[in-house]
Design a binder for this molecule. Structure first.
Ligand SMILES: C[S@@+](CC[C@H](N)C(=O)[O-])C[C@H]1O[C@@H](n2cnc3c(N)ncnc32)[C@H](O)[C@@H]1O
Ligand code: SF4
Length: 463
């Protein structure tokens, strides 16, 4: 199902979308959750090279801690809006997947010395890991604990779906036994008609029951919500906000819906069977409603999509904030920023399996970042946290942000997307809402002085 030229703006540690993205331009203006940079992974590496020692541009002291993302690419049913690399679950493919995962870890540990690398955070997602039977989930978590130094991990998250059958007492006990303290669950909306359009297979009440259950069991909880859903207006977004606040949910992610090509919901929208999602101006009002609504309830918004009640998510901060941490992605379709490379694993579970059985890292495609790309990556992803501190940028890249990006800073200020305060670039409310646009201004090609077309549009608009 997958051709080897992905992807989104590429970072580390996420399940890769199942269908290739066109390029950065296709994502701009729609405010897709930017996860990756650079987008061009056309270079297909000799996969063992990816793990060769001494390749990392990350300074040694910063290299001591990495994050791990484990992609479990299965769900009970596939939602019509979801572009991720997911397959309908059955126990036979889960057993094969686990065998492959163990081999993958063995293969990369033979090529790369992990002895001095501690794990900062672990995210087991994809997919819906809890769709697996207890013994498989137990095996997966046992393998991770045995193979990596998780003793210092700040955070260990497992993704679930709001289905009580996936969250039996035995599974809750199992998560606790493995010291999993954080659960992430997609809710998406609490409006019955939206849940139906999205094909979620759960009701508002089921989602709220599972939220109460998880909180009652003492786990920290993130929920994923989507807005700018088909036909949705800002008042309806407010109903969703009102419905989920006040329940003690520790962290929330609010993603503007993007109709991804190849998904059934996008096709239904194209054919006019389902109302289209709001345009840019209404999106802006919705973004503000989400921002203000959650802010009033004590949530801190620290990226365009993420809100913490007491804590930010270490995993998200690690992959975007400066200096960005490396993420080792494991499993079919997992994305990595590791050892100086960005790369994606084979999406197809069978190709993944064939690679690891042959003793090869299952790398589908990727590239080694050159210096200019590394610097750019820091800016493009770093600005997702709404500001770039010049001193931190200098420590991470050796570059003086103000002079390296003098032209871009001037441009962002002239169009009202960002301003400089006290040696920091700070996004305005427009820059927060249209944060991909800010990122695009920094996203120049490897020659660095060739601006991305989106940046050129801004320059023209600004003159
Ligand atoms: C990897 S999914 C996993 C969540 C979990 N399996 C579930 O559905 O409950 C992570 C999140 O990405 C978001 N997402 C998926 N498709 C999207 C789309 N087309 N546009 C915007 N956000 C999307 C959803 O909020 C989803 O919960
Ligand atoms: S359950 Fe989650 S990961 Fe699975 S298809 Fe639906 S949104 Fe995607």
């Amino acid at each position: 199902m997958q051709e080897p030229i992905p992807l989104e703006i590429a970072d580390g540690g996420e399940s890769a979308p199942a269908e290739p993205m066109e390029d950065l331009q296709s994502l701009l203006g729609v405010e897709e959750c930017v996860r990756y940079y650079p987008p061009d992974l056309r270079h297909v590496p000799e996969s063992p090279v990816v793990f060769a020692a001494g390749s990392s541009p990350v300074p040694a002291p910063l290299r001591r801690e990495i994050d791990i993302f484990v992609d479990v690419p299965f769900c009970k049913t596939i939602c019509g809006f979801c572009p991720f690399n997911v397959y309908p679950y059955n126990p036979t493919i889960a057993a094969r997947y686990l065998e492959g995962l163990k081999r993958e870890i063995r293969v990369i540990k033979e090529l790369h010395d992990f002895s001095s690398l501690r794990v900062g955070t672990v995210w087991v997602g994809g997919g819906t890991p809890t769709v697996m039977e207890e013994e498989f989930l137990d095996e997966l978590l046992t393998v991770l604990r045995a193979e990596f130094d998780l003793g210092h991990a700040h955070e260990f998250t497992v993704e679930i779906k709001p289905a009580l059958e996936n969250l039996t007492d035995a599974k809750i006990e199992l998560l606790r036994r493995h010291d999993i303290r954080r659960i992430s669950m997609g809710v998406q909306s609490t409006q019955a008609h939206q849940l139906k359009i999205l094909g979620r297979g759960h009701t508002r009440e089921e989602a709220l029951d599972v939220i109460a259950l998880i909180k009652g069991e003492g786990f920290a909880l993130n929920i994923d919500m989507m807005y700018r859903l088909p036909g949705q207006r800002v008042d309806e977004v407010r109903l969703d906000i009102d419905d989920v606040v006040g329940r003690g949910i520790d962290h929330m992610s609010w993603f503007p819906y993007v109709p991804h090509e190849g998904t059934s919901l996008a096709r239904r929208i194209d054919k006019g069977r389902v109302d289209a999602q709001a345009g840019r101006a209404d999106y802006r009002s919705m973004f503000e409603a989400v921002s203000d609504g959650l802010g009033a309830e004590g949530y801190e918004q620290y990226t365009p999509y993420h809100f913490g009640l007491t804590d930010r998510c270490h995993y998200h901060v690690g992959r975007w904030g400066l200096p960005q941490r490396e993420t080792l992605g494991l499993g079919p379709g997992a994305f990595s920023f590791f050892n100086g490379w960005i790369y994606t694993n084979q999406h197809d579970p069978e190709k993944y399996h064939a690679d690891v059985v042959a003793g090869r890292p299952p790398v589908l495609t990727g590239k080694r970042l050159d210096r200019a790309e590394s610097v750019t990556r820091f800016a493009v992803l770093g600005v997702k946290l709404f500001e770039i501190d010049f001193a931190t940028f200098r420590t991470a890249t050796g570059e003086d942000f103000a002079s390296y990006y003098a032209e871009e800073i001037e441009l962002l200020a002239s169009v009202g997307l960002a301003e400089v305060h006290d040696e920091r670039l700070v996004c305005t409310m427009d820059g927060r809402a249209f944060n991909n646009d800010v990122a695009s201004v920094f996203a120049t090609d490897t020659a660095r002085r060739t601006h991305h077309p989106q940046a050129l549009d801004y320059m023209r608009a600004g003159t």
